[in-house]
Design a protein around this ligand. Sequence first.
Ligand code: SAM
Length: 323
Amino acid sequence: MLNDATGRTISYLRLSLTESCQMRCTYCRPAWLMNAAGQGTLCADEMRWLIAQLAQRHGLHKVRFTGGDPTARGDLVEIIERIAAVEGIDDLAMTTNGLTLAHHASDYAQAGLRRVNVSLDSLDAQRFKRITGVGALDRVICGIDAAQAAGLGPVKLNTVVLRGGNDDELCDLALFAAKREVEIRFIELMPMGPLADQWAERYVSAGEMRRSLERRFDGWEPIAQGSGAAALFRVTSHDGWAATIGFITPMSCDFCAACDRLRITSRGELYPCLMDKPAGSLLPAIRDGYDPVLLDRLLAQGLQQKQPRHPHEGHVVMTHIGG
Ligand code: SAM
């Protein structure tokens, strides 16, 4: 078991596979940030060793690949195969921009990936391009359909809500999710990354999001769940639609008390919290000889730094840690 200083048990790893991403979302990735070359990045075998140690000796059972975008790695299928084969990992998921799913969803599923979350911030092609930097709305929608067809479900959609950006589209996005029978989660903007200094003007709280959705959806049933960051609801509309809507509320109502997560970057840095500073590097234990004793010492030191609640300002851009 991995426990932090406040007694929370860590059973969920979010592993960033790369800092590179094909998109340049306005709130996430500064336009000037170049895609990093692979130097210093953990290879498939190093990731497999690390996760096997965490699963077999420390009870980790859930892994999510994130980034950057995991699909920007040429060896993604090999990484999935290696990690899916680790004994004890019963949930292997990936968060992605969806750009490669139309062509590769079935490859990922065959390699052992269980499910995907796909970012979708707008259904308007021009706006989608303005937010993400890539004119690829149709491709992402095909990718969402391909992921469902490949059995990478339940597919979940992630929408970061921006005032003056896409906050007038929540009902349309929820309807899109309802028609495809996928869950959609609306995410509160966090004060990190390129919009950090405009956060107060661009932030929309989950309460305000809900009021906007209530214009179309008038039935709201909370869905109880064991763990997870989203407050979930089954909603129904007066014209007969039903959707599963989640709100991820890092700013208005944090979920730190139930946090079971650890984050490790593609370069082996340990982040006990998305919004806090790194707590050292695991690289010496991994690269310099696969040393389990040193790994445990570095993990224990790092977890001591996990705070009871997250700070209210991020220290780095999300794409570095993996959101
Ligand atoms: N590239 C993948 C994707 O598009 O989902 C995975 C990495 S991305 C950093 C992970 C998640 O972080 C996405 O859902 C993204 O929308 C979210 N994110 C990035 N910056 C954010 C911010 N400042 N506030 C809230 N969410 C953010």
